[in-house]
Design a protein around this ligand. Sequence first.
Ligand SMILES: [Zn+2]
Length: 117
Amino acid sequence: MRPPIRVLLRRAFKLRCPRCGEGPIFRRVLTYKEYEVCPRCEFRYDPRGESVAFMYFSTAFLTGLLVIAMLLTRPQNLVVGRIFVVAAALGLYLVTMPLRKAIAIAINYLHAGEEGR
Ligand SMILES: [Zn+2]
């Protein structure tokens, strides 16, 4: 029996295995080096590489948020505004990457279950 989605999301926010909630997903978060299987319960995190698709979608979502922010704000200096938007985009994409990957693995587990079937 799989845990409810709120438990899976809580484990994703802690960057932990969706099945056991104990094993880490990443060897090193800062370099995004991840385990193929959970070191605790040996659950295969991303056997078919589906989390990559989710990461593209979530990147598009973040881009949409930035476009909305650009439409709602009016920088006094256009060059400074552009530099801020590019820096914010790169920062958001990089900082949220492990979390987006962990959420993708949790969603895959919710839908596909054991061994990603
Ligand atoms: Zn595990």
